[in-house]
Design a protein around this ligand. Structure first.
Ligand code: ATP
Ligand code: MG
Length: 550
């Protein structure tokens, strides 16, 4: 795999200093997903940052599943996450599960209890919430806060042994109910939860809270730079407290950056799961989803996603990135790689009346006009072809240079044709054009006799391969939720358009993941799920041009 140097950013500067000062010998990072959904483009940013940073300093990166909440987690997610990280082009050093450390986390909680820094609280979750205070008012201490070490040890062991029901007791850190930082007001570190865990089964009925577990995981693995998103900034003092008071040998440090947000989509696993569960999309890998699997199925390449993540940079404050940036990078990636072929998405039949019946000739077509190394192919031409319905009008407005009665256009790679006659159905729609061609005007023959203003694409009828085309628009219109509305009220009803048309015969055996540039239509990917032998389905990745360039 190519490892490109990440552009400079504040986290990289910190790492550089830590190496220079000798504070850190080997950089160790981790990507710590919770296996409760599929990865999305925001995660890709975190993956690229962690893996590329460590690679640049010849360090290591772990893939660690943060599976401390058994209720929402599933092995399906574990497998999809591994697949997506690999597909993006990264290989982890260690593969770990937070649940591997449940034993040590329990022991460390005993350390806290023995030091008088943790206590078992009998208050209900509601009471605990109500006594937490606010940003301006301090919290109130629990009446159980001053239990003896012995009593706490006994109760915590009984929590572990299953003597209490969910919510009946919790273990809390004993820090400071007056702290201006709400996260330090005796946060809960263990709760009772009688739930089956995807990894540890029914071994545990108490589970550590994320804020307690995460710093321990980092410390156990010897992580040097624990990179997370800005929401965790206020958690940093507790992160440091846990590492210190649990007497962890290794001291990791947390650094925060702004999470990636994209226009016209949602990027929280909870919302993405809602879209899947409510069947607003065809699964987590629906090409309209901002998931890695959705982008892959749509036709994005790992290279384009990595470049995007690198180029948008690492910020310290929130922003929203225009999704057209992402599109820019896939165009750039495919420009010189994709075969440029012809597809008719909404066919209109054309009969070339002066072309001999039964004759087929093979015309030369270049595969990529910007990359001569891609060579040439032969495409058939005969008396019957398909063109795009949009490329004909009975009564065109001024400056319409495509086909209309009496007008002549160039067929890409072929001849000039002239529209002589139009066949309409009973409703007045054009259903067939009868045209003549001029043999003198063959493409590549050097013909200079006259010029035409329009060039259109086409597919020869007898060899054409029937194909389905799926065109996408943003899933969500970008309006803010009004009161009482959810993002589901902003679903774009036109996010998917399905068309039935034809492609050149050479694409008949294309397989899932093959990518093409269709002349005038954009870049397309062969859908890996729904394509059948000899009947491809094409997902449009992106149109050819955008009004926006970076
Ligand atoms: P979501 O809000 O989508 O549920 P999460 O933060 O709960 O995301 P995790 O599985 O905990 O999901 O995320 C794993 C890692 O990816 C974390 O380090 C998290 O900070 C990072 N991450 C998640 N979303 C983004 C994002 N939009 N941009 C950058 N990093 C992200
Ligand atoms: Mg999270």
């Amino acid at each position: 795999m190519e490892t490109k140097t990440p552009s400079s950013n504040f986290i990289k500067n910190i790492v550089t200093e830590d190496i220079a000062s000798g504070k850190v010998k080997e950089v160790v990072t981790r990507f710590p997903p919770e296996p409760n959904g599929y990865l999305h483009i925001g995660h890709a940013k975190s993956i690229c940052l962690n893996f590329e940073l460590a690679a640049e300093f010849k360090g290591r990166t772990n893939l660690r599943f943060d599976d401390t909440n058994p209720v929402k987690e599933d092995v399906e997610y574990v497998e999809s996450i591994k697949e997506d990280v690999k597909w993006l082009g990264f290989q982890w050093d260690g593969l770990f599960f937070a649940s591997d450390y449940f034993g040590e986390m329990y022991e460390r909680a005993l350390v806290l209890i023995r030091k008088g820094l943790a206590f078992v609280d009998d208050q209900t979750p509601d009471q605990i919430r109500e006594t937490r205070g606010t940003l301006t008012a301090p919290g109130r201490e629990s009446p159980y806060r001053n239990r003896s070490v012995e009593e706490n040890l006994d109760l915590f062991a009984r929590m572990k042994n299953g003597e209490f029901s969910d919510g009946q007791k919790v273990l809390r850190a004993k820090i400071d109910m007056n702290s201006p930082n709400v996260n330090l007001r005796d946060p809960i570190i263990y709760r009772v939860l009688h739930a089956h865990h995807h990894n540890t089964g029914d071994q545990w009925c108490i589970y550590p809270m994320y804020a307690y577990a995460h710093p321990l995981e980092d410390a156990i693995e010897g992580v040097t730079h624990s990179i997370c998103t800005l929401e965790f900034e206020d958690q940093r003092p507790f992160y440091d407290w846990v590492v210190r008071e649990c007497e962890m040998k290794w001291v990791p440090h947390q650094y925060e950056f702004a999470r990636l947000n994209l226009t016209n989509t949602v990027m929280s696993k909870r919302k993405l799961k809602q879209l899947v569960d409510e069947k607003a999309v065809d699964g987590w890998d629906d090409p309209r989803m901002p998931t890695i699997s959705g982008l892959r199925r749509k036709g994005y390449t790992p290279e384009a996603i990595r470049t995007f993540c690198r180029e948008i940079g690492v910020a310290k404050s929130y922003g929203i990135v225009d999704e057209r940036m992402l599109e820019h990078f896939i165009r750039e990636d495919l420009k010189l790689k994709a075969l440029r072929t012809m597809a008719v998405l909404q066919p209109l039949k054309v009969v070339i009346t002066n072309y001999p019946e039964g004759q087929v000739e093979w015309l030369d077509a270049e595969n990529n006009s910007e990359n001569p190394e891609m060579g040439h192919r032969q495409i058939p031409f005969s008396r019957e072809i398909y063109i795009e319905q949009d490329d004909f009008m009975d009564n065109p407005p001024p400056k319409y240079f495509r086909l209309f009665p009496g007008n002549e256009v160039r067929l890409k790679h072929a001849y000039f044709i002239k529209c002589e006659e139009v066949v309409h159905d009973s409703e007045g729609n054009a259903i067939e054009l009868r045209c003549t061609y001029d043999p003198e005007t063959k493409s590549g023959s050097g013909f200079t006799g006259r010029k035409v203003k329009g060039t259109i694409h086409w597919v020869e009828a007898s060899h054409a391969v029937a194909a389905q085309f799926r065109l996408y628009e943003p899933l969500i219109s970008n309006e803010a939720d009004e009161e009482g509305q959810s993002f589901l009220d902003h679903l774009n009803p036109n996010s998917l358009e399905v068309l039935e048309g034809f492609v050149e015969q050479g694409m008949k055996d294309s397989t899932g993941g093959d990518k093409f540039q269709f002349f005038r239509h954009g870049y397309f990917n062969v859908d890996p799920k729904d394509s059948a032998a000899g009947r491809p389905v094409f997902n449009r990745i992106v149109s050819l041009k955008s009004s926006f360039e970076v």
